[in-house]
Design a protein around this ligand. Structure first.
Ligand code: AMP
Length: 544
């Protein structure tokens, strides 16, 4: 027998309208690319968002169209999130740190109709524009009087799209499974793959993280998403904040320790979310000033394993740290390391033992770990296996990519994360290693395999492997371990120049180490595990 309850679609537009009605004093504060600080309330944000939605409709944007953004964290980007998805189009957030090749690929693959960009990114687009769709409309996210002089390509001004448009709209109603957002993630090799979120998955995720991380969602307090809006929807904060009455502080482009410290101090930010690299920069500034930014109490760290020393430093300065795990493919939050209530009075070192782990799974996300044959392993804290996940906020495949979609799920319908983990009897997740061949530097991926392939195309190299080595600031950096084809051993600069055409500069290896042979596994593949062990004591050139 079916229950007799109404079925209303979960829609993103309802989140903003809810926030604007219920939290009229909720504020959005943004550091603008124009250089100043912009602030307005949720009702004002909603009014402009409705104008923008009307502007997009007037421009011919329809249900299912992809509309791209290339922008820092700021109020216009927030408006785009809601206006695009609100009318049933798909907000495709582009990561500006991609290589030009990847950027060209994803804009063409997504078949974007419009590209909204910050002035900062005009040169980036000018350089690749000839390879982007001919009918793409460009919109510069700027005030009219701050539009770049001598624009190298034709573009509209964001504010012109809004001008004259009504600040009211009847948000269209559609199936809650309608796509709303698209975010590409780098794979171990080949082109990036698109995770295509739905209204249903996004609304559920927004509610899920509030339940999980109640300490961050204190009505009337301010949250700072340092994690970019172009990186998995800033971990869901643009949706969870208006739902729970948080004000948002968007930091713009300056993410260094001193800039963040000043902004947080001026605004009284209570909770801030970001990757370890960001928090290391901020901690250096906290140590140099000998104090925390005013009111800062809640640190959420994720995207890479948070070092124990970093968690400890924040805890000793009076902030509570929670450590989250997730992926682009999981919306992203899958688990959250909130300290169990019964440990509130435990000594710090014991608390750190827990906080260092990746935490409890979110409600609605299931975990299993399996061995190489796909056999489930016990959740006993000892067995280690690849982590698979299942739930309403997990991808079921990749956008317009049959090949990758076919490989995404196992026969039981679970998504393989490529992370190697153990799960404790109480359910705590501990990420132990990474099965996927990638390096994560400052929260961004670098494909080891693509670097290796390119290195091996150099005539002086007969075999090569790229491994991640620890780095204080960037968490991990790639180094190249190479076998020479003959007597010639080109230096690092020459090898970097060889790879530069296909990779962004920050993705290039920082060192080359020549060896006689690479270690192999029983099946004849290069053993990355052995290599990582061999170079366990390696010290990065920056830290020598
Ligand atoms: P992305 O899709 O770029 O967000 O990257 C997701 C991947 O980042 C995961 O599969 C992990 O390899 C890694 N990751 C994310 N959060 C953590 C964490 N808290 N600890 C360790 N690795 C993490």
């Amino acid at each position: 027998m079916k229950g007799m309850m109404m079925q209303r679609p979960l829609r993103i537009s309802d989140i903003l309208e809810f926030g604007a009605e219920q939290y009229q004093h909720g504020e959005i504060v943004s550091v603008r690319t124009e250089g100043d600080i912009h602030r307005y309330t949720y009702p004002e944000a909603a009014a402009r968002t409705r104008q923008l939605a009307n502007g997009l409709l007037a421009h011919g944007i329809e249900l299912g169209d992809r509309v791209a953004t290339l922008a820092w964290n700021g109020y216009r980007h927030f408006e785009l999130y809601y206006a695009i998805s609100g009318i049933g189009a798909i907000c495709h957030t582009i990561n500006p740190r991609l290589s030009p090749e990847q950027l060209i690929y994803i804009v063409n693959h997504a078949e974007d109709k419009v590209l909204f960009l910050d002035t900062t990114f005009v040169p980036l687009i000018a350089a690749v524009k000839d390879h982007l769709p001919k009918d793409l409309t460009y919109v510069i996210m700027s005030d009219k009087d701050k539009m770049p002089k001598d624009m190298p390509f034709e573009a509209l001004c964001y504010e012109d799209l809004l001008e004259g448009q009504p600040a009211t709209i009847d948000w269209p109603e559609f199936d809650e499974n309608t796509a709303c957002g698209l975010c590409y993630t780098s794979g171990t090799t080949g082109h990036p793959k698109g995770a295509l979120y739905s209204h249903r998955s996004t609304v559920l995720h927004a509610m899920m993280i509030i339940v999980m991380q109640t300490s961050s969602f204190v009505e009337g307090s301010k949250v700072l998403p340092v994690v970019p809006l172009f990186h998995v929807n800033a971990w869901g904060l643009p949706y969870s904040a208006p739902l729970s009455g948080l004000s948002i502080v968007f930091p713009g482009s300056a993410l260094d320790g001193p800039s963040l410290f000043k902004l947080m101090d001026d605004e009284g930010v209570y909770s801030a979310w970001g990757v370890p690299t960001i928090w290391m920069g901020l901690m250096a500034e906290i140590q140099s000033q000998g104090r925390m930014p005013k009111g800062f109490k809640d640190v959420v760290v994720g995207g890479s394993a948070a070092p124990r020393s970093l968690i400890k430093a924040f805890e000793e300065h009076g902030a509570s740290v929670s450590h989250a795990w997730g992926m682009t493919e999981t919306s992203p939050v899958g688990s959250h390391g909130v300290l169990p209530a019964w440990m509130a009075d435990a000594p710090l070192e014991e608390q750190l033992d827990i906080k260092q782990k990746q935490g409890r799974r979110c409600f609605g996300v299931e975990f299993k770990i399996v061995d190489e044959d796909g056999k489930r392993q016990p959740h006993d804290g000892k067995a280690i296996g690849e982590l698979f996940v299942r739930g309403n906020t997990v991808v079921s495949g990749y956008f317009n990519n049959e090949e990758a979609s076919a490989k995404a799920l196992d026969p039981e319908g679970w998504f393989g994360t490529g992370d190697v983990a153990s799960i404790e009897p109480g359910g705590l997740l501990v990420i132990q290693d990474r099965a996927k061949d990638l390096v994560k530097s400052g929260g961004e991926w670098i494909s080891s395999i693509d670097l290796e392939n390119l290195a091996m195309a150099h005539p002086a190299i007969s075999n090569a492997a790229v491994i991640a080595v620890p780095h204080k600031k960037w968490d991990e950096r790639p180094i190249l371990v190479a076998v020479a084809a003959g007597a010639e051993k080109p230096d690092l600069a020459e090898l970097q120049a060889h790879m530069e055409e296909h990779f962004a500069k920050w993705q290039l290896p920082d060192d080359v180490i020549w060896v006689d042979a690479l270690p192999l596994t029983a099946t004849g593949k290069v053993s990355k595990l052995t290599l990582r062990q061999t170079f366990a004591d390696y010290v990065h050139p920056d830290e020598r």
